[in-house]
Design a protein around this ligand. Structure first.
Ligand code: SF4
Length: 603
């Protein structure tokens, strides 16, 4: 009997910044691939989307075990900024264990100019651009002839597919004619909106704008739509499922000519306002009649990009802002009771420290936002900025998130200072710790991730739970002084097998007779960072000193009152560790604010 091709599709989440339950990693791209391959292209393969409880919670070692146990012929990874390094790490380990398994990658990180990805030795094939039809063709070819699994380099060219062994690209793939081909992933039960309490709806693919920092328009030509009756069927499903949000993925909701009619359709699809809508749009052109229907449809929040008020930056990013129209649009939305998240970018070519500050103050003084979002520019592969980076004087990280490290008008320090300034001005933290000092306790950390309690003076635990994506190492000891290497042993045990998880190391000094010395804490901190970096490590790397770290955090914790010693201890441990006293112990004394951080990238 003929062997049925077995495929597993994996979409890994944005890792948490600390112990936190992950939400929002909706595997829409894998669902599209599965739906198109099975229902449109009629591929006879067995396709599993890695379930959310594994994809969103498991640490690296557990994921590896689960994937290898599946004994798949082909593993597909959807690669985004935040998961590409972890996906490739997994692919590499998987191939060490099972050299016969084949790996295909796709997603926005897969562009032919992103050579560290498409040349990675762990991948066999890469889907460049719109993936559904290319992926289906690949499965059809592998189903028709299993020899290509043994000899991936010999696979005949497929449009849209990069073949690493053959170092060949099959040429540009024609686009799908409409979104009707993929618009039934919820209706056909491939995704259940109740899993995430949200239905992600893509009614348009493509963007008429050409922002130079954005990869999206390079991926698609023109606009493709989902038919109105299919939109309504999806909304009816959201209604029946009782979910609370429909998230419209359309890159700019009001780019469509029939915007007003489309809003009426959305209102019709939510007659009892059971769920809310959120979307991205441009403020320019929003009129009272739009806002009124949006309100009637139950839009609660929109995100829009101001990005920069600097003329030169606007020219270079090909995104001119008509201030009058922008102000009118935002006021109209706010006046209708719709929250507005307004974005600014720091580090755009053409901007100076002065024009960036003008942007902060313009937003602040005009009050044209409900929530400000200030991002550091990411010089993304496949974008115009990446292509012109030399000419524009853009220096950027070679790893995701490809943060800008300098421009011809801004140094790395100026960019970091401006990010910090924005947090102070807007009185916010763009990336706060997910567990505040007030709620910091073993119980909370245990609820939100995996937890190992280790007593350095007690017997070694014989059984420890699997490491999840957010892990806490809670260390107790009678004597902490000179014990850095003992802590390091446990740190290595976690990170060696799970280099991409978020790790918090808590030194519980509540019952300790000797405290760690500053050198001990430094050694533990180094044990975390003197190794290959993960996503958050790179993300925070351009921080100003004393900068916190990234995916690993060291905390010195006491459940007993530190009383008058707090200031002294704070100076002793911080940085690189944070000192936290159990909330019930804190009667007086200052609350240390977490150091400011910057945020991710724009749409
Ligand atoms: S940033 Fe938004 S509006 Fe600009 S090109 Fe990208 S998707 Fe279109």
């Amino acid at each position: 009997m003929r062997h049925v091709l077995k495929v597993v599709l994996v979409q890994l989440p944005i890792p948490p910044l600390g112990p936190e339950i992950i939400r929002g990693n909706v595997p829409l791209a894998p669902a599209y691939l599965k739906h198109y391959a099975r229902r449109v292209a009629g591929v006879g393969a067995e396709i599993e989307i890695l379930p959310a409880d594994l994809a969103d919670r498991a640490g690296d070692a557990l994921l590896l075990r689960e994937l290898s146990q599946r004994d798949a012929d082909l593993i597909g990874f959807s690669c985004y900024l935040w998961n590409v390094e972890r996906s490739l790490w997994l692919a590499e380990r998987l191939k060490e264990q099972q050299p016969e398994v084949r790996v295909v990658i796709g997603g926005p990180e897969v562009t032919l100019d992103n050579t560290w990805v498409v040349e990675h030795p762990a991948i066999d094939w890469a889907v460049v651009g719109e993936g559904e039809a290319t992926f289906a063709d690949l499965l059809n070819a592998l189903t028709a002839d299993h020899r290509w699994l043994q000899h991936p380099g010999d696979l005949p060219p497929i449009p849209g597919l990069w073949n690493r062994a053959a170092r060949s690209y099959g040429g540009v793939r024609p686009q799908l004619p409409s979104l009707n081909e993929v618009g039934r992933v919820y209706l056909d039960g491939i995704l259940d909106p109740r899993w995430h309490d949200t239905l992600f709806l893509e009614t348009i693919r493509g963007c008429l704008f050409q922002c130079a920092f954005c990869f999206y328009p390079k991926n698609f030509e023109g606009l493709r739509f989902m038919d109105d009756n299919l939109v309504l069927a999806n909304l009816d499903l959201a209604h029946q499922a009782g979910i609370s949000e429909v998230f419209l993925l359309d890159p700019t909701l009001n780019q469509r000519r029939d915007f007003l009619t489309f809003l009426e359709l959305l209102a019709r699809g939510n007659p009892e306002r059971r769920f809310s809508y959120s979307a991205e749009l441009r403020a320019e052109g929003i009129r009272p009649e739009h806002a009124a229907i949006m309100k009637a449809a139950n839009f609660t929040e929109v995100e829009l990009g101001l990005q920069s008020v600097g003329r030169d930056a606007q020219e270079l990013m090909r995104r001119r802002v008509n201030r009058e129209a922008f102000e009118e649009g935002v006021r109209t939305l706010l006046g209708a009771g719709i929250r507005v998240r307004a974005d600014l970018i720091v580090g755009l070519p053409g901007d100076t420290a002065e024009t960036i500050r003008q942007g902060f103050h313009y937003l602040l003084s005009s009050g044209l936002y409900s929530e400000p979002q200030v991002f550091r520019l990411s010089v993304l592969p496949g974008t115009e900025f990446r292509l012109r980076s030399k000419e524009l004087g853009l220096d950027y990280q070679p790893h995701p998130p490809y943060h800008v490290l300098g421009t011809s008008k801004l140094s790395i320090v100026e960019i970091a200072c401006l990010m910090r300034e924005a947090e102070i001005l807007f009185r916010t933290q763009f990336d706060p710790w997910p567990v505040s000092e007030e709620e910091f306790s073993p119980t909370i950390l245990q609820q939100r991730g995996s937890f190992w309690e280790i007593d350095l003076d007690g017997p070694q635990p014989t059984e420890l739970p699997d490491v999840q994506i957010a892990h806490t190492l809670w260390i107790k000891a009678q004597h902490f002084e000179g014990r850095a290497n003992d802590v390091r042993y446990w740190t290595d045990r976690v990170i060696n097998e799970n280099p991409h998880v978020t790790l918090w190391i808590v030194l519980d000094i509540s019952d300790a007779q000797t405290l760690p010395k500053a050198d001990d804490v430094e050694t533990i901190f180094r044990a975390c960072y003197d190794r290959a970096h993960s996503y958050w490590d790179w993300y925070f790397a351009p921080e100003l000193p004393p900068g916190p770290s990234g995916a690993k955090r060291v905390v010195v914790y006491s459940s007993r009152s530190l009383q008058g010693r707090r200031g002294w201890l704070d100076r002793r441990f911080s940085p690189p560790a944070d000192l936290i006293e159990a909330p019930e112990c804190r009667t007086t004394g200052r609350r240390r604010r977490r150091k400011p951080r910057d945020s991710g990238n724009q749409s």
